[in-house]
Write a protein that binds this ligand. Structure first.
Ligand code: PRX
Length: 632
């Protein structure tokens, strides 16, 4: 047990006796040891807690690395475990989803009701011609129908591709095109900060250039007028009224590694890549991590405040909680609308017991001071969580003291779209250090390597790598397996290269520092410099552009653009504003640059590659490093 170890170094928060008393796993070190010694045994036991149409022949087939096959030979469907199986138990009467709109409207779904609506919508999709393996793009606000659409697609074996509603035309179009979706599911709009987000308009623009799209299904959320194109666009509520929208729908039998969804994420180069996750391994990994880390119990009301459009929402708003038969809470709007107590009032009113959010949200709310949360009774909270970027110790302490009242351990979970599930994370009884995700999850081993692949000494910065396969690992990059292999598995043979820099301390705790590639984490959102740069050069005034991320107090990082103008254009404040608006219009408001600087030249290598690290060093007044490859 932890108290027999030598004391840990630094600022350490040990679990209280109350936390230990409640925890599902009290001796986490013993379980970690067992999982370490018998990786496949650990995961087979986790998988046994779920239902399978046919059991596996092998827990892990690693004959075609890095395309690992978890639960090879097994048949299942994640929706069977998320919804169908609960219909046989008392859980059919339990709340699966409590949803609150920004305007204060409330909708609740029992497991019975959610299953019924998912079946009905699955029948609608089938009637629209959607078959196993077809791709369905989902572009929606945070409303229950986003979960219904995901689950209905998965139920009939279709592959969903959710595009975050904060993205705009270009980003959406690219993702629809790459996935060759036949159907797009959207809404007339969503509410955010008291305003309507025009989702349908964006879809209209995006599908103009996406010939694969035959059908657009529109959920009515705002009720404002939108264009409905006859023969292509259908209202969700009209379709759900048709006799074919029966509340019974067989769940498709899938092979364990059949694709469940595509989720596009920004990489260092070119187009965003479509990571594929499958049914069996993903389901097992997400179920197990959420069970151990957030220690979900039947009496919990669990709120992951992310958006379903990102991996956090896929794994830990939609699939994870339902797999566990938990009650998940979803809120449509912004944390500060109409006042900065919105979240705290929701926690009080709905008795939330677990809150999982991002450092940027905590920093944003911290700015308004303690009086906002202090006006609310937050005593139902028992666990807190953080994800998306490193949490700075000041924000960690504030979250712990002001929101958790010093009682609630903070689960700082490090993971990625690619990993599908938590990779470096505490469980509630692990002693915490503010800013560290502590140690790898059961069965995982991580290390910090130099460029050649040798471990760096404790306390030194290096590249974060994972040593062992895990069940929720991505299957591949959609239609580009070579890219998957090269990006993640070629740098260090046999190991997964995460693309993050990190340190490990003497106690074996990991401290993630940030990305090592051209990915910028803005408010926890993952954005690629390449996408922003191509939006910039699509502006008529801009000849060439380079984009870097620089530290920002609330957002973590902000986008800074360096642009070379075409002949005939002159730098001005107005032009800079216009360029910012141009990027926001093309990619989405979350991608709006912080600053646009006009330059006469960009630092490049002799082979013509832009040296972003030099721009970054210059902007921060740091040494520019090795310039031997720079052109004259
Ligand atoms: O840099 C790491 C950061 O987010 C990246 C993954 O981004 P994405 O695929 O969008 O997934 C985010 C949600 C899982 C990582 O490479 N990151 C994520 N969680 C943490 C983090 N950095 C530090 N601490 C974390 N807890």
């Amino acid at each position: 047990m932890s108290e027999k170890r030598p004391p840990l170094e630094g600022e350490v928060y040990y679990p209280s006796p109350e936390v230990v008393a409640q925890a599902r796993v009290k001796d986490w070190e013993a379980l970690a040891r067992r999982a370490d010694e018998d990786l496949t045994g650990f995961w087979a036991a986790e998988a046994e807690e779920l239902e399978w149409y046919r059991k596996w022949n092998r827990v892990l087939d690693d004959s075609d690395k890095p395309f690992f096959k978890w639960f090879a030979g097994a048949q299942c469907n994640i929706v069977h475990n998320a919804l169908d199986r609960h219909q046989k138990t008392w859980r059919r009467n339990k709340l699966s989803l409590v949803w609150v709109g920004e305007k204060g409207d409330v909708r609740t779904y029992s497991y019975f009701a959610l299953h019924r609506d998912v079946c009905r919508f699955a029948n609608v999709l089938k009637a629209m011609g959607v078959r196993k393996g077809d791709r369905v793009t989902i572009y929606m606000p945070r409303i229950p129908e986003i979960a219904i659409a995901m689950l209905a697609s998965a139920k009939i074996g279709a592959i969903h591709s959710v595009v975050y509603g904060g993205f705009s035309v270009d980003a959406l179009q690219q993702r629809i095109e790459d996935s060759e979706s036949r159907v797009v599911i959207t809404a007339d709009g969503g509410f955010m900060n008291g305003k309507i987000v025009e989702l349908k308009k964006t879809v209209d623009e995006a599908v103009k250039h996406a010939p694969s799209v035959e059908t657009v299904i529109v959920v009515q959320r705002t009720g404002h007028e939108v264009r409905i194109e006859a023969g292509r666009d259908y209202w969700y509520h009209d379709l759900m009224k048709l006799p074919l929208a029966q509340p019974v729908c067989a769940t498709e039998v899938m092979e364990s590694h059949d694709p469940l969804f595509i989720l596009y994420t920004s990489g260092s180069t070119g187009k965003p890549k479509g990571l594929i996750h499958g049914h069996g391994g993903y389901m097992t990994g997400v179920y197990s991590t959420l069970k151990y880390v957030f220690d979900i119990k039947d009496e919990d009301r669990y709120w992951c405040a992310a958006d379903p459009g990102w991996i956090t929402g896929h794994s830990y708003i939609v699939y994870g909680p339902l797999l566990l038969g938990a009650t998940t809470f979803m809120y449509e709007g912004s944390p500060t609308f109409p006042y900065p107590n919105r979240w705290w009032s929701l926690i009080e009113k709905y008795g939330i017991s677990i809150l999982y959010t991002a450092p940027t949200a905590i920093r944003g709310l911290m700015r308004f001071g303690e009086s906002w949360p202090n006006r609310h009774d937050l005593s139902t909270l028992r666990l807190l969580g953080s994800v998306g970027e490193p949490i700075n110790p000041e924000a960690w302490r504030w979250y712990h003291r002001v929101i958790g009242k010093g009682r609630c351990p903070i689960m700082d979970t490090w993971w990625q779209t690619e990993t599908g599930m938590f990779m470096i994370t505490p469980t509630p009884v692990v002693p915490l250090k503010p800013g560290s995700g502590t140690r790898p999850f059961f069965g995982q081993q991580a290390e910090i390597l130099d460029e050649k692949g040798d471990p760096v000494p404790d306390g030194e910065e290096g590249f974060l790598a994972l040593k062992r396969p895990w069940p929720a690992m991505a299957l591949t990059v959609y239609r580009d397996p070579e890219r998957y292999k090269n990006l993640y598995w070629s740098q260090y043979p046999g190991k997964y290269m995460a693309g993050d820099s990190a340190k490990k301390d003497k106690d074996g705790y990991f401290w993630v520092i940030g990305r090592t590639d051209d990915v910028i984490k803005v408010s926890g959102y993952r954005l690629g410099t390449a996408e922003v740069e191509s939006a910039l050069v699509s502006h008529p005034a801009i000849a060439e552009a380079a984009v870097i991320g620089l530290p920002h107090e609330v957002k973590g990082n902000a986008i800074h653009c360096y642009c070379m103008l075409r002949k005939g254009f002159k730098p001005s404040e107005e032009l800079a504003d216009e360029v910012k608006a141009h990027v926001a219009q093309h990619l989405g408001p979350i991608v709006r640059p912080e600053k646009v600087t006009f330059v006469d030249s960009l630092p490049k290598t002799r082979s013509g590659k832009i040296m972003r690290r030099v721009l970054k060093a210059r902007a921060q007044g740091l040494p520019e490093g090795d310039l031997s490859t720079m052109e004259d």
